[in-house]
Design a protein. Structure first.
Length: 202
């Protein structure tokens, strides 16, 4: 079941108060339109009606796709130590509640980055293996080792047997393009057959 609540939020830029719908749980089977809103960046995004300031609401969320046998626990966080603690807490509470026993055969994932959440959904929507995809992403970044550590690679799409990856350069973004995240995407194309060969080896 998809669950939400209403929150009154004060804009950090202009101090205008506005009501925001915050989703704590999304069940695809019950809310296909809500999944589309999530993938297009409309879920749990605060947008001030007064000054147009926008930001992600720091709200944990559970994503459940029964057909894909996929469940993703999302807890927004960018602190390395806290990420580990959050994962341990989720794992412990799941075991104690007995929920894990009901999810045998499921792909269970824990993420702390909003873009990673969307990426996982897209990968499974394309019937691909996300663990194998991580290996291929390392191969993509290795094409330019000097900048590999400052770049983030994300799965983009799979179309006509071609896989596209999006590369985001964090340093270049900080110096020149803070306002346009997507403008820094470099498209790296890999033949789908390569992906299949790696999957067969996994």
């Amino acid at each position: 079941m998809s669950l939400n609540l209403k929150q009154n939020v004060k804009c950090p830029k202009c101090s205008q108060m506005s009501e925001v719908t915050v989703w704590n749980s999304i069940t695809v089977k019950d809310s296909e339109d809500l999944k589309h809103d999530l993938l297009t960046g409309k879920v749990n995004m605060f947008r001030c009606p007064s000054c147009s300031y926008s930001a992600l609401m720091p709200t944990p969320m559970l994503y459940h796709d029964e057909d894909k046998r996929l469940m993703i626990s999302f807890s927004p966080c960018d602190d390395v130590v806290l990420k580990s603690q959050l994962f341990d807490n989720v794992q412990k509470s799941s075991k104690e509640s007995g929920e894990l026993d009901k999810l045998e055969g499921y792909n269970l994932r824990f993420v702390t980055d909003y873009n990673e959440l969307l990426e996982k959904i897209l990968i499974f929507d394309n019937d691909m293996n996300d663990k194998t995809m991580e290996v291929i992403k390392l191969m993509v970044l290795s094409q330019d080792l000097e900048k590999a550590e400052q770049r983030v690679c994300r799965f983009g799409k799979c179309q006509d047997e071609v896989i596209e990856f999006m590369i985001y350069d964090t340093i270049e973004n900080q110096t020149a393009h803070r306002h346009a995240f997507t403008c820094l995407f470099l498209v790296c194309v890999f033949c789908a057959k390569l992906c299949e060969e790696v999957i067969n080896l996994s």
